[in-house]
Design a protein around this ligand. Sequence first.
Ligand code: BGC
Length: 752
Amino acid sequence: MEVLVKCKVLVSLALYLGAAILGAGALVAQPAAPPAKPVPAWMNASLSPDQRADLVLKEMTLDEKIAMLHGVGMPTYDKLTIENAASNRGVGYCVGVPRLGIPGIDMSDAAYGVRSSGENGRYSTALPSGVAAASSWDTEAAYEYGRLIGTELRAQGFNMALGGGVNLTREPRNGRTFEYMGEDPVLAGTLIARLIEGVQSAHVIGDIKHYALNDQESGRLYYDAQISKRAARESDLLAFEIGVTRGNPAAVMCSYNRVNGDFACQNRWLLTDVLKKDWKFPGFVVSDWGGTHSTEKASFAGLDHEEHSRVFYEKKYKEAVEAGRIPSSEMDEHVHRILRAMFAVGIIDNPRQRFVVDPFAGLDVARRIEESSIVLLKNDRFVLPLDSARLKTIAVIGAHADVGMISGGGSAQVDPVGGNAIKPFGKGPSNWQDEIWFRTSPLKAIEARAPQSKVVYDSGEDPARAAGVARSADVAIVFAYQWESEGMDLPTLSLPHDQDALIAAVARANPRTVVVLETGSPVTMPWVEAPSSILDVWYAGSDGANALGNVLFGSVNPSGKLVNTFPRSEADLPHPALRMPPPEMENFDGAAAPEKWADGLPAFPVVYDEGLKVGYKWFDAEQKPVLFPFGFGLSYTTYAYSGLKVARDAQSGLILATFTVSNTGNRAGTEIAEVYAALPAAAQEPPKRLVGFTRVTLNPGEKKTVTVSIEPKFLSIFDEKMDGWTLLPGVYTLKAGGSSDKLPLQTTLDLH
Ligand code: BGC
């Protein structure tokens, strides 16, 4: 034994000395460096993304290709596995091909900020929600919004954003209205395109969702949206068309619901005929989580990637390829699209690199966007802006305005920094459908701007007590909210928790009452006549209170305009009641068990028989008066419009509308100028449609001439027989002004 130990020591010593001698030798004469690994041909950035994808594809085995076609669960909630270990624990992960240097695609929800940051102990900025940002009608703000999200995703190690929600507001009670961009396809499509460009500028794959007609949450997993092709193409699909063709998202998320009979994720008309052929979409289609329902059918229809499950696009897919039921060329096309997307957005050339974001820069962006998103709906007797020097007492009432502001829930939820502002105060990751209030306190923002005033807070729980507080103040600011989330719809458009009674009581007690609404959808206002002022601040994001403070006290002049019509009553909507699934479907959880899906599920038709008449187009056509129209929003100054001229530019084919906007008040401000068109009668369209818009910033007394360019498609109709867009000959009336119901300029354009 002892001999053995000695031998071992001697051998080790010899090895050590040998190594030392070799090491010393290395100091004298460097051995030749190992030959450099050849750079793979697909890393040649001068080749096109398609060429590069093809080069990778040639090297991949069947198993590697299949692995790229499906997710590996939801790493956020799943146990650590070999497959998800390389992920950043977001909601989805597509494994890469490490031996070829192809990274995984690491996905996080990111509607108004990075969702799963609490999970990772990371910070992320909550921007104002989608409907808020849309209310700014600001394409550059949309880009900045996307860029911030892309940058923060990248900082946390993700390389794909799940955001880009652009479903139109056909059903204003939809619980996801706050995530989307309103009821008009031209506005929503234009904004989402810029937002996606912003996301992808940070080398993060952007998506657009939920394709398509996923316009309510009730029965969303299986309802059948029934609609004519023309109505679909001119409304909801037009928003996607603009978003896809202008914004070039690398991914499109198909939705849970059916469209005219087929599930969206296996609907060949949607995925191949329209998206991939007509719009020439070169990226990949990813199913909503658990939204894949078949193998051969979905693959043929054009679904490229199954998330988050692997029920249909793993073993079953491989079997189908091996048995020749799916041609390998079809499988290759799906893989090609995914690889191409990675090259096109630059996630291979610019590998993920974690870094720390600047939270103050994020807050600044969130605040500025919110400032331009707030919509001033009413302002009698110029009660706003407030002059702090004249206010001895300010009453702040209701909606937890002492501690925070509400946010939108579901997969869009951004974890609150510092935890929920109200009970339960949990820090870190928030639970599904927790009602989360961000720690941005309107009360503190108001106190900071009115240092000489006495600011009194009342919770608003007892309307009579709140009215008493309001009565003895110089001005009362009453907050009201309506919380929304994915996975539910609003039962009604009325404010919940008796807030109507609270507002009415406060406004009766003090004629100088300012109502601040924190909402996602339009709300009805039985008390609308009573308060002097009404603002909608939407879900205002991480720094909402400062944005609101700046608007209340006038250092920012409000400029936002409504992107959804506020009806007088739900009875005036195309569908006065929300369409609810049949009772036997109530407890059906298809997402949890996608293998249980079959086309034979009970039908739940949601018939969109209002067709082309979405939002203001419905109210116009039916001549129903509204509470506040689409495109409406006041300012602390006033504007005038003059001199509309319209011409067709021979070279570009664009229609150019030129007119002058003047600031006729005594404050600088930004006006959103809107251009609408009435089509010739033969088109059989609603009375008018938005065809363009611009923002113009003006000092008091200043005037500017602006030109809005209009794509001919925006004046066209979709002809089902031709299966294409057509610009009918005839006389078009173009109108310009500051709200859909107030268009002082009008001229005609003869397109014979
Ligand atoms: C939602 C998507 C989301 C996905 C992943 C689904 O339930 O509809 O919008 O991106 O979950 O969280």
